[in-house]
Design a protein around this ligand. Sequence first.
Ligand SMILES: Cc1cc2nc3c(=O)[nH]c(=O)nc-3n(C[C@H](O)[C@H](O)[C@H](O)COP(=O)(O)OP(=O)(O)OC[C@H]3O[C@@H](n4cnc5c(N)ncnc54)[C@H](O)[C@@H]3O)c2cc1C
Length: 361
Amino acid sequence: MEAADFVVIGAGIAGASVAFELAAHGRVVVVEREAVPGYHTTGRSAAVFTEAYESDDVRSLTRASRPFLEHPPEGFTDVPILTPLPVMFIAREDQLRLLEEELGRSARLLQRIETSEAIELCPVLDPDYLAGALLESGAMSIDVHALHQGFLRGLRRRGGQVRSNAEVTGLHHDTAWTVETADGTIQTPVVVNASGAWADQIAALAGVRPLGLTPLRRTAFTFQPPVDMSGQPMVIDVEESFYFKPDGVMLLASPCDETPMEPCDVRHEEIDVAIAIDRIQQATTMHIRHVKTAWAGLRTFAPDRKPVVGWDPEVPGFFWLVGQGGFGIMTSPAMAQTAAGLITETPEGVDATRLDPARFV
Ligand SMILES: Cc1cc2nc3c(=O)[nH]c(=O)nc-3n(C[C@H](O)[C@H](O)[C@H](O)COP(=O)(O)OP(=O)(O)OC[C@H]3O[C@@H](n4cnc5c(N)ncnc54)[C@H](O)[C@@H]3O)c2cc1C
């Protein structure tokens, strides 16, 4: 039987990044059910880096990831991973209080701008709709493909392996773990569960108590704007009920839906696209006639919406790296370093006390 120091389940951004870090410490095998790594949530994101998003714990991880994303290791990628993409939070008259609250939470990151300036930055905004705006000028667009491939390439250079078409079908623990896959059996002292929406199912397979993770469907689509809007900021409703951002010559938009789902190869529903179109048309002068492409992905959250990074408190050798919700790309470097630090007992990453899975037991 084959042996490895670490087996990582899932080759999305979570699995690829932690495998890259672990490969500096021992022999890593990543097992992925699909033929192509990144087929699920990682390949379906909006590719945004914003420090003004979600809880303080998530913000710390995003902030801690910035140096890696700005200056990745030598040979990691040939292209910049981050390019500037200011994010503008907008509000109607009845949402101005929320805008103030957001500014209070993120004073270091956000700056209030006049509505006239907001319209100058994004001329399709409807002056009759817009009552206030904040700008996060340090936000970025992420080249997700370059980041994901950089981790996988770096992993291979360090001697690690990625097995595609290798669905995990059995997990048994004796003195070590036996990992049964569609592509053979591997023995290892450490299993890292980075299987995204399937993480509770993997736990059940291993006889580990599930955490109560919920995959939530999120829809995205692209359409041709009336004029070239490349170089303009991303626009987000302050209540997060829609957003749109330049994506090459197209706009990428979402209704920010969160529909609970069973883990699956999720498809979008036309109604969610229609809802987004309606909200965007109310806020702008755009008339969206034709959707170019639409898709959906599963953003998987722990009950407290914070990521889960740590050893299972009950079953030895089982490590959780899950609950990346809508921030798993931008937090991946710090999450991976933190996970690898805990697994190898080296001082890497951030303080993960508040991310420990023991909080759910
Ligand atoms: C529309 C949308 C917009 C988003 N926008 C952003 C954004 O702007 N910025 C940001 O940072 N994040 C964003 N996200 C969130 C981000 O995409 C996710 O947090 C991240 O991709 C999760 O990565 P993952 O590796 O945990 O999951 P996945 O990419 O889903 O990887 C899990 C892998 O595990 C594999 N697997 C499952 N079961 C098994 C098994 N039994 N055996 C072997 N392999 C298995 C799956 O095949 C899969 O490849 C967005 C998500 C969506 C859907």
